[in-house]
Write a protein that binds this ligand. Structure first.
Ligand code: CO
Length: 214
């Protein structure tokens, strides 16, 4: 099929609905965006950033990849982070993972899938780093869920360690980095309570949260 008429049709209805509610909605957005949050989440189709936090277009800047990974050599992710922090001047960066993440599950399974194994290696590193705590969990589902959480916590730490966030903090900018997890089974978000607003706070939050595993 060369066209997707139902999607274009949905779009017309959606745009009409938005302007019926607020006639200047699009003309206002056309001039500028000023989102307060950057969302770093998984590409999974069940975790659409704006919808699950009830935000309209213009309210959240978004970067998504498989298993919400933040890698220090990923210029795509770093460019998004830099633009969000230094140009849009967002006040919050949210790393949001989700239970039932296929990427995390694949990383836990040790199967070989091809190119993506190189990407999943980052999550396998997380698994390896916390292997003692994870191996102590007998139930496979509970272990997978914990790895999803630990992956978020490690990615929050990676965000905090970037030159971008470090620079913002050293200039006295107010910037919080949050770690959340979403449950695709009930649509609810959980705050993993690793929110940090400075380098010192990050190490403290990380120690407390990961010590619970020990
Ligand atoms: Co996922």
């Amino acid at each position: 099929m060369k066209t997707l008429p139902h999607l274009i049709e949905n779009n017309r209805e959606w745009a009409k609905h938005m302007t019926d509610d607020d006639p200047s909605f699009f003309s206002r957005l056309a001039h500028q965006q000023s989102p307060e949050c950057l969302w770093i989440g998984c590409s999974d189709s069940r975790v659409p950033a704006n919808q699950i936090v009830g935000l309209d277009p213009g309210e959240v800047f978004v970067h998504r990849n498989i298993a919400n990974v933040v890698v220090h050599s990923d210029f795509n992710c770093l460019s998004v982070l830099e633009f969000a922090v230094h140009v849009l001047e967002v006040k919050h960066v949210i790393v949001c993972g989700h239970y039932g993440c296929g990427g995390v599950k694949a990383a836990g399974a040790d199967s070989h899938l091809g190119l993506i194994d190189n990407w999943l290696r980052h999550i396998r590193d997380v698994r390896q780093k916390h292997s003692e705590a994870l191996n102590a969990i007998d139930d496979q589902t509970a272990r997978d869920r914990r790895l999803c959480e630990l992956n978020v916590i490690e990615q929050v730490r990676n965000v905090c360690h970037t030159t971008i966030v470090q620079q913002a903090w050293s200039r006295g900018r107010s910037l919080s980095v949050h770690g959340w997890i979403y449950d695709v089974a009930d649509g609810l978000l959980k705050d993993l309570e690793v929110t940090t607003e400075s380098s010192q706070e990050m190490e403290e939050a990380y120690r407390i949260v990961t010590a619970l595993d020990g």
